[in-house]
Design a protein around this ligand. Structure first.
Ligand code: C2O
Ligand code: CU
Ligand code: CU
Length: 516
């Protein structure tokens, strides 16, 4: 079983600095509320298989947030909240239901296609769905001000304007995003376009979306937030699930695959490595395909980030196994030990193979020299208020003067992680923050690390992939990260930027920006 004790997962690095914080955190147990049984649970199987193909316009989908039960472990029906999908109109490939998991269906669309999605909330609390990474109008983006109550629905209509890539969807009600995602509400949203299709990358069953999520269990039931500490650091589980399943094995044919990795965890960062030390060939980031493939010794995957990799298993004999692990690293106040992620088993010979294209896409980046202005966002712990952005926490519709962006401008936003924050008990806490912006993607153009942050940074930095379009970027303690983004103004209004450590987001490490 892919399980470690909490002791293993939560090794304190600078014991002196973190002890004061730990002491200040009141122990508290809060189980996910007991839920009424829904449909009958079924037994676990392997990875979801992918379907590819063109989808005609006017796809109409119904997504319902429901309470349900799923066998995450055999013999125990776990209470979950999940998103159930139904295709009302359009090509059958637009919605792929995954058996034996709490995950929502995989939605697929082609650039230019118009989507109509009706979200119905059957939970006992308010919710709303956000399309992470998609460039949609402000009122279609799942802003918490549009959260709908029990029994109510929200109608989305938008055109897919994004580049081909691996996007995803999850709830976004203020203060409850962490618990709702944790209880099971999340799914992939995969976009294709003509440029990508011309490449003939591995498709169908050779194109595999994989979401990594850590959870805690008590008698087979999900447990969230065992202590006040979880809010300040972010929740860390002791059991790793891939596509909602423990001990995940991916059976493959001996040929090339396209693996789409999503970190769907509330706060855990992964440093992914093949156990035999083989390097990774990265072909895509949050916002789609890179200009050309790049190599990395390991992959750093922060919450909400996606990486697409090209893996060729053709040299591996049938019957052989390869383990993907998370390698040890230090993220400031914490050490993450090595733990297993998944096993690939070469199950059969492949009749064919694919060739990795030398050139993948035309990313169309902007030039930093054309930036019209720069803004700084300080990621700070403020005494008594928790994590803040420039000293502010979330206000539903408020925007500070420094958060107003003139439509059409090209801007540099610099995220500054001071590296230390006052913990609740007066102790210093150094934490990384995965910073996310809604709306159009950005490009990471510069990173600077302080001397005090260097040692921890060195344990993860070779796994950053800044060559592509991003919507989430990890900002390590002591680090300043500059991103370049165009705010086209096609969609004016309020959009969010926030830390995607969901416990930080829920405590208010989130703000509006207004495009006007
Ligand atoms: Cu993944 Cu504000 O979102
Ligand atoms: Cu988002
Ligand atoms: Cu954070």
């Amino acid at each position: 079983m892919t399980k470690l004790t909490r002791r293993h997962f939560l090794q304190l690095a600078g014991a002196g600095t973190a002890t004061a914080v730990l002491a200040a955190c009141q122990p508290r147990t809060q189980l996910i509320p007991t839920l009424t049984p829904g449909s009958t649970a079924v037994s676990p199987t392997a990875a979801p298989t992918a379907v590819s193909g063109n989808i005609p316009a006017d796809t109409e989908i119904l997504l319902r947030a429901i309470k349900d039960q799923v066998n995450i472990f055999p013999d125990t029906a776990a209470n979950v909240w999940r998103i159930q999908g139904e295709l009302l109109q359009g090509n059958a490939n637009a919605l792929q239901t995954l058996p034996d998991t709490y995950l929502g269906p995989i939605l697929r669309g082609h650039k230019g296609q118009k989507m109509r999605i009706r979200f119905e909330n059957e939970l006992d609390e308010e919710s709303i769905i956000h399309w992470h990474g998609l460039d949609v109008p402000a009122d279609m983006d799942g802003h918490p001000q549009y959260a709908v109550a029990t029994g109510q629905s929200y109608q989305y209509e938008f055109e897919l304007r994004n580049r081909a890539g691996t996007y995803w969807y999850h709830p976004h009600p203020h203060g409850r995003t962490g618990p709702q995602v944790y209880a099971g509400m999340a799914g992939f949203f995969i976009v294709s376009d003509d440029e990508e299709q011309a490449l003939e990358l591995p498709g169908g069953e050779y194109d595999v979306p994989l979401v990594l999520q850590d959870r805690r269990f008590n008698n087979g039931q999900l447990v969230y937030m065992e202590g006040g500490m979880d809010q300040m650091t972010g929740f860390l589980g002791d059991t790793l699930l891939v596509n909602g399943q423990p001990d995940f094995t991916l059976p493959v044919a001996s040929r090339a695959y396209r693996l789409r990795l999503l970190n769907g965890s509330n706060s855990r960062i992964y440093k992914l490595g093949w156990e035999d030390g083989a390097p990774f060939t990265v072909i895509g980031t949050d916002g789609g395909l890179l200009e050309k493939p790049v190599e990395r010794p390991y992959l750093t995957l922060a919450p909400a980030e996606r990486l697409e990799i090209w893996v060729d298993f053709s040299d591996r004999p049938v019957g052989s196994e390869l383990n993907l692990v998370s390698l040890p690293f230090n993220s400031g106040s914490f050490n993450s030990p090595q733990f297993p992620v998944l096993t690939v088993r070469v199950a059969r010979e492949a009749g064919d193979n694919a060739t990795l294209p030398e050139r993948l896409s035309d990313p169309g980046f902007f030039s930093p020299a054309d930036a019209e202005r720069s803004r700084e966002v300080n990621l700070q712990m403020s005494m008594g208020r928790g994590w803040t952005l420039n000293g502010r926490t979330f206000e539903m519709t408020a925007v500070a003067a420094s958060e107003r962006v003139p439509a059409g401008s090209l801007e540099i936003w610099e995220f500054v992680n001071g590296g230390g924050g006052m913990g609740m008990g007066g102790g210093m806490m150094s934490l990384p923050h995965p910073m996310h912006m809604h709306g159009e993607s950005f490009k990471v153009i510069e990173r600077q690390i302080s001397r005090s942050g260097q040692a921890a940074w060195n344990t993860l930095s070779e796994g950053f992939v800044d060559e592509g379009w991003k919507d989430t970027v990890l900002v390590m303690p002591g680090e300043r990260v500059k991103v370049l983004r165009r705010f086209s103004g096609d969609f004016p209004g309020l959009f969010l930027y926030h830390c995607h450590n969901l416990e930080h987001e829920d405590m208010g490490m989130m703000r509006n920006l207004e495009i006007a």
